[in-house]
Design a protein around this ligand. Structure first.
Ligand code: ZN
Ligand code: ZN
Length: 143
């Protein structure tokens, strides 16, 4: 089991298993969401994700195109985001407690990356994953 929390600790959650893989997205939305060059996140099955505290403190901002940022209403940290209509939860990796042995399996939207944001793994893509399934497959999450 792996636990995680927001900056202030109001929002707490756990995962059944430590993620082994993550991805980075370099698009302008993820850049502004995080304040750095890219997000760094993974996806877990909804059945493997548990809220422990603070779920009611979560605020949501959604762009008309569908991009959504869920964040702690107390400290503003981006928090896990259940994918609407899909049995998965998006998890920002930096919220997890303790060391994690995980590997980057994809960089996305590299065409949108800032010139000062150079980090890439072996699998990098000019655009976003075509579908959620493509991302799930890249992350090697067993169904
Ligand atoms: Zn917080
Ligand atoms: Zn993005």
């Amino acid at each position: 089991m792996t636990s995680g929390q927001c900056l202030c600790g109001t929002v707490r959650f756990s995962l059944e298993a430590a993620p082994r893989t993550f991805y980075r997205c370099h698009c302008s939305l993820c850049r502004r969401q995080t304040g750095v060059g890219h997000n760094l996140a993974t996806v877990v099955k909804a059945a493997d994700f548990h809220w422990h505290a603070g779920a009611s403190a979560i605020s949501t901002w959604q762009k008309a195109t569908g991009y959504r940022n869920d964040f702690c209403g107390q400290c503003g940290a981006t928090v896990p985001n259940p994918l609407r209509g899909e049995p998965y939860v998006w998890v920002p990796l930096g919220l997890l407690d303790g060391p994690l042995d995980a590997e980057c399996v994809g960089d996305y939207c590299t065409d949108d990356a800032m010139p000062w944001d150079q980090q890439r793994c072996a699998s990098h893509h000019a655009a976003a994953p075509e579908t959620l399934d493509a991302l799930i497959q890249a992350l090697a999450i067993s169904p």
